[in-house]
Design a protein around this ligand. Structure first.
Ligand SMILES: NC(=O)C1=CN([C@@H]2O[C@H](COP(=O)(O)OP(=O)(O)OC[C@H]3O[C@@H](n4cnc5c(N)ncnc54)[C@H](OP(=O)(O)O)[C@@H]3O)[C@@H](O)[C@H]2O)C=CC1
Ligand SMILES: Nc1nc(=O)c2c([nH]1)NC[C@@H]1CN(c3ccc(C(=O)N[C@@H](CCC(=O)O)C(=O)O)cc3)C=[N+]21
Length: 283
């Protein structure tokens, strides 16, 4: 079997076309969805993601601001800035690029962003809503994966989904969203014993470990769907966590890196920002 490749990039472009029309319709009502991204320091990988997001928001006609702060910015200064953005009625979405430098607490920053402007979906209030099956901002990468699976006509109900990873940003929320869709969910992590015995059971395998070539064809059940979330730079080249060439011989569907999950993440960020603007303006 040679897998069908699911190009998130193509789907992302289609969805952004639809969003462009939605944004123009909002402009006629004097609503201008606006995202503000805050980044501390000049990590090249972070900068590249942030630039991608800027380009994407411009393309759909959305307003977006990038606030670049020096790496030595204090926690107090960052919290004050977030408070100012919380109060600013022209700002609908706030994203602080994570991780922040060690002298600042990620959790404090996440909790400082007003839940109504938390387009990352990381605030405990929004996480709690997701856990209890309520509508809210869903974290962008998990949500992008869900939309990609649905658009590829992959049934989720009753499927065994195995996720490698249990981070608050990716692993845990993707498991929760798929549980909400009636999948049976297993998480593997660094303390899991005999991981292959789990991955081999997966109808849908989601790999979010940040370890290049962690998974290859021999770890995958014939006909499984493989979603590669990993973004690793190896010898200057971007690669995922899955050995694509061996995996595609076994899987029925597989996402590439690049052009897979990443572009969907950015698209769901735009979606959440439009949702925030509509909600703030009671649309
Ligand atoms: N494409 C996109 O849009 C995005 C991609 N990413 C990428 O996804 C990957 C994961 O991100 P994130 O969740 O933030 O990363 P974290 O480092 O926070 O989490 C990694 C998870 O993988 C587990 N893990 C690590 N090594 C192994 C191993 N050898 N075997 C089994 N489990 C393992 C860890 O286990 P434990 O909990 O025990 O430590 C942890 O739960 C990264 O490559 C990141 O760059 C992230 C966000 C967006
Ligand atoms: N508050 C916060 N929210 C995030 O959502 C967040 C974050 N912090 N910190 C970093 C991670 C990582 N992340 C990516 C998003 C898109 C691509 C992406 O679009 N990748 C392209 C390639 C881009 C390139 O060529 O560099 C692709 O896979 O095709 C990658 C990585 C979001 N993150």
């Amino acid at each position: 079997m040679t897998a069908e490749v699911i190009y998130g990039k193509q789907l992302a472009e289609d969805l952004r076309q639809e969003m462009k029309e939605e944004v123009s319709a909002l402009h006629t009502k004097d609503i201008r969805p606006k995202l503000v991204v805050v980044i501390l320091g000049e990590d090249p990988a972070s900068m590249s993601y942030v630039k991608g997001k800027q380009r994407a928001s411009e393309k759909v006609g959305m307003d977006s601001d990038l606030i670049e702060l020096p790496v030595e910015t204090s926690e107090r200064e960052l919290l004050d800035l977030i408070e100012k953005l919380n109060q600013d009625p022209t700002v609908h979405g706030i994203l602080v690029q994570l991780p922040v430098p060690d002298h600042i607490s990620d959790q404090k920053i996440i909790e400082a962003i007003h839940p109504d402007k938390d387009v990352d979906g990381f605030h405990p209030a929004n996480v709690g809503k997701m856990m209890t099956g309520q509508d809210t901002f869903f974290p962008c990468t998990p949500y992008g994966i869900l939309v990609m699976l649905k658009r590829a006509d992959i049934t989720l109900e009753g499927k065994h989904v195995v996720i490698i990873g249990r981070s608050n940003l990716v692993g845990k929320p993707v498991g929760q969203l798929l549980l909400n869709e009636n999948a049976t969910v297993t998480h593997c992590h660094s303390r899991t014993k005999d991981m292959q015995s789990h991955t081999k059971q997966a109808d849908i395998l989601i790999v979010a470990a940040g370890k290049p070539s962690l998974i290859s064809g021999e770890d995958i059940k014939e006909g499984a769907v493989v979603i590669d979330v990993g973004v690793n730079r190896v010898d200057g080249k971007l690669t995922g966590d899955v050995d694509f060439d061996s995996a595609k011989e076994v899987a029925s569907h597989i996402t590439p890196v690049p052009k897979g999950v990443g572009p969907m993440t950015i698209t769901m960020l735009l979606h959440n920002t439009i949702k925030a603007a509509k909600r703030i303006h009671n649309q």
